[in-house]
Design a protein around this ligand. Structure first.
Ligand code: FAD
Length: 335
């Protein structure tokens, strides 16, 4: 059976952006609901250690997720388990957020903080050693590989740029690409190829990530041309084969960039009035915890302002309609 719940604000996704949005919505005493399909924390739950969140020199991803969840709960926003299946609008322009248990949440404003998902290689060892040498984020984890030999997998802008970035920490960075040429911008490619700490292994794929209790130890490689196999000793592997923003729930077109990330203005407004986007789901230069919470802060205050303006507009429209209605009999009399 479908039930409908009305709220002032709906927040979709409880990663750092959603939890921060809930904190500020609760603190502003808005009637908001936070919908999350899994445990709260988002990508923090994939992160072993965070050492770049100001004020917390080193904190485990799980611990930070728990602390953010408790902090948001303190301000009283309703947090609900729910897999959001679609976000569409009714004839009145209100958002209808449908959740898999049949509940429809309705509001005039939505903050979408559904984040994104790094694409997986899908080889043995990848899940086992995630956070133990397998990473999807160079800015986040690069510093843990000082002086070590590591590998980067991929051939687009991210792989090439992040590969070069990682040479500031690692002694040696192998960039493993299955083709014979990169798909990256020429300037990024030149920078990488000039770097003495970087070496490209062309037309090669990773078949397995191997290791032991202390983490990644080597990669099993296969040359896609000759079929020859080899083993490359590395202590870390960074996978940059794409990242998918979680936007498939949007039933209508929302302006986005070539990668599918939602375009917003400085107030996190998307091209759909009342729909705000914050964190990794949004088109921006870097995707970090700090940027996610910053976006979310802006989005909630912008949403609050949007709702006030909307209420004023609707109030003055109904007053105008009321006075027209009241004037009608007089008009009828004079006719
Ligand atoms: C391995 C790894 C290590 C990282 N390390 C760091 C680091 O050290 N420092 C740093 O600053 N950043 C780090 N990052 C990046 C950082 O985690 C992200 O930038 C940040 O989590 C983005 O927050 P977000 O809330 O926008 O999205 P996410 O964290 O992706 O959260 C989105 C949430 O939305 C939920 N969701 C999605 N779709 C639906 C749906 N249909 N219905 C309901 N819920 C939904 C998801 O379940 C998820 O909980 C790391 C990322 C990874 C992958």
């Amino acid at each position: 059976m479908t039930t409908t719940q009305d709220h002032e604000l709906i927040i979709v996704g409880a990663g750092p952006a959603g939890l921060c949005a809930a904190l500020y919505a609760g603190r502003s005493e808005m009637d908001a609901v936070l919908l999350e399909q899994g445990a709260p924390g988002g990508q923090l739950l994939l992160t072993e250690l965070v050492d770049d969140y100001p004020g917390l020199e080193e904190v485990g991803g799980l611990e930070l997720a728990e602390r953010m969840t408790e902090h948001a709960a303190k301000f009283g926003v309703e947090s609900t388990y729910g897999v959001v299946e679609s976000i569409r609008r009714d004839e009145a322009g209100r958002f209808l957020v449908a959740v898999s248990d049949g509940t429809v949440y309705r509001s005039s404003a939505v903050v979408l903080t559904a984040g994104g998902t790094p694409r997986r290689l899908g080889v043995p060892g990848e899940e086992e050693f995630r956070g133990q040498g397998v990473s999807y984020c160079a800015i986040c984890d690069g510093a843990f590989f000082k002086g070590q030999t590591i590998a980067v997998v991929g051939g687009g802008d991210s792989a090439v740029e992040e590969g070069e970035f990682l040479t500031r920490y690692a002694e040696k960075v192998y960039v493993i690409h299955r083709r014979e040429a990169f798909r990256a911008q020429a300037v990024l490619e030149e920078r990488l190829l000039r770097n003495p700490r970087a070496e490209v292994i062309w037309h090669t794929v990773v078949e397995e990530i191997r290791g032991d209790d202390s983490g990644v130890a080597s990669l099993a490689l296969r040359d896609v041309g000759t079929g020859e196999t080899s083993e490359l000793p590395v202590t870390g592997v960074f996978i940059f084969i794409g990242f998918d923003p979680n936007t498939t729930v949007l039933a209508e077109h929302v302006e986005h960039d070539a990668g599918g990330y939602l375009l917003t203005d400085r107030d996190m407004r998307t091209s759909v009035p009342g729909l705000f986007a914050a964190g990794d789901v949004r088109s921006q230069l870097v995707r970090q915890i700090t940027t996610a919470v910053g976006d979310a802060t802006t989005a909630v205050f912008a949403a609050e302002k949007y709702l006030v303006d909307l209420a004023e507009r609707e109030g003055s429209e109904s007053a105008a309609a009321g006075s027209e209605g009241a004037a009608a009999p007089a008009g009828a009399t004079s006719a």
